[in-house]
Design a protein around this ligand. Sequence first.
Ligand SMILES: Nc1ccn([C@@H]2O[C@H](COP(=O)(O)O)[C@@H](O)[C@H]2O)c(=O)n1
Length: 249
Amino acid sequence: MDVLILGSASASGSRERDNTYLLLQHDEGSWMIDVGGNPLGKLKQAEIPLHSIKGVILTHFHIDHIFGLPSLLWGMWLGKRKEPLIICCPQDHQDQLGDILRAYRTDEWPIGFEIKVQPFDCAEPGTLFVQGDMTVSVFTSLHAGSTSGIRVACGDKVLVYSADTAPSEWIRSQPRIDVLIHEATQARGDMSIHTSLEGILTFYPVDRIPQVIAIHLTDDEPYDEVLAQYKKTGTPGVLLAHDMMRVSL
Ligand SMILES: Nc1ccn([C@@H]2O[C@H](COP(=O)(O)O)[C@@H](O)[C@H]2O)c(=O)n1
């Protein structure tokens, strides 16, 4: 299983990056986690056919994480999709999802495929679905509004994506993480609903996590300075995400 980082910017946008969203690429079907600005273009760049996408998982309903959804659906309609599309959505926002689809009048296009909404409770960590050797679960993130991080277990490997969150005790207490993709909205300092890169490096046992990738990055923040400072003290490599970065699990 691979994760393709389709966008890596924080909410305020970026000169070079799309807002943060990811693609879980699996032999039995791929899943988009959130939908940033240019899903159709990014999938074309990666030569990933739209029909290989089985569903979408929305971590929360802040606009930068969902605004590409109508474009994705539009592309699927133009592509004459027939297979159902699953949208896993925080249950607190199921009505809002319905409102968004109605506002875009998806029923008038008309979409030739079923949209199956699968609500989940952000306050109740648990399995979303199992697909072949991949188990996808959600856990509660510490953000503004109902937000879930995503845990993906594949074989004996574990990937955790924090979504937007303050430093999370749940993540810190995990016995095994092979890849941690964690938001770092700023380079330094304490934040109430987000984490800084410095926060990642000081809060989590990064020396025990083989790959740590900082995402949800803000232009002009001194991330490289922070990395250089912590590397001097022996912290192993932590990477900054970029759009179209591929991570294998
Ligand atoms: N209740 C809220 C809602 C939003 N914000 C601010 O908006 C940003 C939303 O984008 P995210 O990518 O971070 O979800 C968030 O960072 C806040 O700056 C807020 O403060 N309170």
